[in-house]
Design a protein around this ligand. Structure first.
Ligand SMILES: [Mg+2]
Length: 119
């Protein structure tokens, strides 16, 4: 499966990408929400989007809201967040995220989440 990792931190992209490679998946990187809009359009075969919350230019919530209006992303979206406030999580779910994972996470956590959101 091809996974879009949206995160402004290249070290985080490389770490998550390594986990996905070990799980047999392929990764594409977008460094902010705006870049992610382009990457989603360039990669219609995406199976999953892992979306950071805090990013410059366009953050994760703004990406969700744009997709809510335009519906360009058909893949499930999982938020990767350090936000543990229930109201923030609820906000992401309300705007179209399928689920969320707390940073930092392990390959096992990603694997379980993939089984949960991708059928
Ligand atoms: Mg960030």
């Amino acid at each position: 499966m091809k996974v879009l990792i949206v995160d402004d931190s290249k070290p985080i992209f490389l770490m998550v990408s390594q986990m996905l490679t070990e799980l047999g998946h392929e990764s594409v990187w977008a460094e902010n929400g705006q870049d992610a809009v382009e990457k989603v359009k360039e990669n219609p075969d995406l199976g999953l989007v892992l979306l950071d919350w805090n990013m410059p230019v366009m953050d994760g919530l703004q990406f969700l809201q744009k997709n809510e209006g335009e519906g360009f992303c058909e893949a499930p979206i999982v938020m990767m967040t350090t936000e543990n406030k229930p109201e923030k999580i609820q906000q992401a779910l309300k705007h179209g995220a399928s689920d969320y994972i707390m940073k930092p996470f392990t390959a096992d956590i990603i694997e379980n989440k993939i089984e949960l959101v991708c059928d």
